[in-house]
Design a protein around this ligand. Structure first.
Ligand code: PEP
Length: 245
């Protein structure tokens, strides 16, 4: 049984004050019908871990693909665990596009994250051009292929996949529930080809302009197990609306 996960990616937003406001707002909402995670910028991770309490998980938005050493500006996975983070987003489309992260880097980071006891939220998704040319499923398959061939079944227990069509991220244009479900079903079939129980247990999140108003329909699709939420995660009422969807 897969429990719904709603994960808030704050991107390069927030402050100490906003971290407190967002987390106290989530905490004060009491019991929510899903798992909840927030991904603040690095400087606010410790504060977020303290403010989150037992029920909200805290993760980072990125990690280094090395363990330690002369990598100025990078943050290692064991540092994330050390400050109490339990998750990390890997391969977000902004990292792939703006910082040149390849599938190879994504695999290395995912391995390091798992080795440090973190849950890796690995992002995949096609551009508008790739969708228009009918290649959405092929793109996602390529992005997942190294993970499928290289990670063990045990490793996969620490992986969540977020399907985020690039054309829907931060644009206000959400994939229709049918479009999102079709790609999620494809991802689950890829997992099933490797191992049926992996397919049954791995959580697949949809990301791309999720709001309180569209979350229920998206989350009710058979293979959608929650959402990775960007913009709407910076507004407590909207984020809680998504969590209750
Ligand atoms: C994201 O950043 O992962 C995302 C899905 O953003 P938004 O919800 O703003 O589209």
């Amino acid at each position: 049984m897969r429990r719904t996960l709603v994960a808030g990616n704050w991107k390069m937003n927030a402050s100490r004050a906003q971290t407190e406001t967002l987390l106290s707002g989530i905490r004060d909402a009491g019991d929510l019908p899903c798992d909840v995670a927030v991904f603040p910028p690095y400087p606010y991770l410790s504060q977020a871990v303290e403010a989150a309490g037992e029920t909200v998980s805290v993760g980072a938005q990125n990690c280094a693909d090395q363990t330690s050493g002369a990598y100025t500006g990078e943050v290692a996975c064991d540092m994330l665990s050390d400050v109490g983070a339990s998750m990390v987003i890997i391969g977000h489309s902004e990292r792939r596009t703006l910082y040149g992260e390849t599938d190879d880097v994504v695999l290395r980071k995912t391995r390091l994250a798992i080795d440090c006891g973190l849950t890796a939220v690995v992002c995949v998704g096609e551009t508008l051009e790739q969708r228009k040319s009918g290649n959405a499923e092929a793109v996602v398959k390529t992005q997942l292929s190294l993970l499928l061939s290289e990670l063990s079944d045990t490793d996969w227990q620490s992986v969540v996949i977020a399907y985020e069509p690039v054309w829907a991220i931060g644009t206000g244009e959400t994939a229709t529930p049918e479009q999102a479900q079709a790609v999620h079903a494809h991802i689950r079939a890829l997992l099933a080809a490797r191992n049926e129980s992996l397919a049954a247990s791995t959580r697949l999140l949809y990301g791309g302009s999720v709001k309180a108003a569209n979350a229920a329909e998206l989350f009710s699709q058979q293979d959608i197990d929650g959402g990775l939420v960007g913009g709407a995660s910076l507004d407590v009422a909207e984020f809680l609306g998504i969590c209750r969807a």
